[in-house]
Design a protein around this ligand. Structure first.
Ligand code: SAM
Ligand code: SF4
Length: 367
């Protein structure tokens, strides 16, 4: 069953905690008290990872979930079906941890594709092992891929990820391109004094290969709690670093709920030609909470309405105790109804009132 979607009419009292409006009153979708509707599902298929990016994981890794705590393949596929058929989800992103280390990943993609022939399915990966899996993922029905790669220098890459594996990531990207998993997006986080001076080189490389580079502002979701507003590289600083060599003009296409602010890129030395597009995800300094359309499910099957939530709503127990699709959809709706209006980072410093860093780190909450 496919439900046709329209924006729900959130009655007056919108945003008010005392409003009599309840989840479900505004239609079958994943609406919240502030009038937003989630149509984009980010689902983590594992909490484990084979890199240790300094801005995400501690050097020693985390206390990984036991296998029985992680959603099984058929549970993942069922949740996606409920999300699409009952809750109006129109786009799926598989992530982690590192999704490529999930043994059943290709089967999950194939099963979701069988259920939903038109659903865009993308994957965010660090690229390790992509050289072996890209073709299988394409054949299973994956639509496209985002590969995270913060540096083109082996030593800097090793410093950032604590693993000397840049060549394998590059092989993975090359193979994804070869098998046609396009458009390929490259995600990069800039860290002051480590790879910030590589911003133009990363853009240059991406443009030459026809990839869309997306810089992500570093968020306070690191296990080491080393994030500081003074040290992070802001979107404005990224633009000014790039403008030494490139000209950026706003992409005329509608942003349409996408987290990245998109820019058309021209080279200063040849200003006539648009060479490609750049995205900048400025979650900290230019947040897009008012237009957020995401709902997240962690590897153990808990809904998080926001990356920065302090609350999670468990769906795994429902899945394993014989609950119907309708009951699971209702619980999911309730979880999203209490999505916070914003993360509070833009108005307050981490640690001050208004923003409290979530206990769980990026890899554990479905980045
Ligand atoms: N392991 C996969 C990968 O690295 O692409 C998928 C999961 S990872 C958590 C998803 C994205 O989150 C990556 O692009 C990564 O760079 C980004 N990320 C992780 N920690 C971050 C942080 N503290 N601030 C901003 N982005 C972060
Ligand atoms: Fe692993 Fe991705 Fe986190 Fe890096 S950003 S440690 S690759 S989950």
């Amino acid at each position: 069953m496919t439900i046709s979607l329209g924006m729900p009419q959130v009655p007056s009292g919108r945003g008010g905690t005392g409003s009599a409006v309840r989840p479900g009153d505004v239609g079958p979708m994943l609406a919240d008290r502030y009038g937003r509707v989630a149509t984009d599902l980010r689902l983590s298929v594992t909490d484990k990872c084979n890199l240790r990016c300094t801005y995400c994981m501690p050097a020693e890794g985390l206390d990984w979930l036991r296998n029985d705590q992680v959603l099984r393949d058929e549970e993942v596929v069922r949740l996606v079906r409920i999300a699409v058929e009952h809750l109006g989800i129109r786009e799926l992103r598989l992530t982690g941890g590192e999704p490529l280390i999930r043994p059943g990943l290709v089967d999950i993609v194939a099963a979701v594709r069988l259920n939903h022939p038109q659903l865009p399915i993308s994957l965010t990966t660090n690229g390790l092992g992509l050289d072996r899996k890209a073709g299988q993922l394409r054949d299973a029905g994956l639509t496209r891929i985002n590969v995270s790669m913060d540096s083109l220098h082996p030593d800097t890459f090793a410093q950032l990820t604590r693993r000397p594996l840049l060549d394998r990531v590059l092989r993975g990207i090359e193979e994804a391109d070869r098998v046609g998993l396009r458009p390929i997006k490259i995600n990069a986080v800039l860290i002051r004094g480590v790879n910030d001076l590589e911003a133009t080189a990363l853009l240059d490389w991406s443009l030459r290969h026809g990839f869309e580079l997306r810089f992500i502002e570093q968020m306070p979701l690191d296990a080491d709690r080393a994030w500081s507003r003074d040290q992070m590289i802001t979107a404005a600083q990224i633009r000014s670093l790039l403008e030494q060599e490139f000209m950026l003009s706003p992409d005329p296409r509608q942003r349409d709920g996408a987290p990245a602010d998109r820019w058309e890129v021209r080279r200063r030395s040849e200003p006539g030609a648009v060479l490609g597009t750049l995205g900048i995800i400025a979650s900290v300094t230019e947040p897009f909470c008012a237009d957020c359309r995401r709902t997240r499910v962690t590897a153990e099957g808990s809904v998080r309405s926001c990356l920065f939530s302090h609350e999670e709503t468990d769906l795994r127990n429902l899945l394993r105790s014989g609950a119907s699709d309708t009951e699971i959809a209702d619980r999911w709706r309730e979880a999203m109804w209490s999505k916070p209006e914003g993360h509070g980072m833009d108005s307050a410093r981490a640690g001050d009132a208004g923003f409290v860093q979530p206990e769980r780190t990026m890899s554990a909450i479905c980045g």
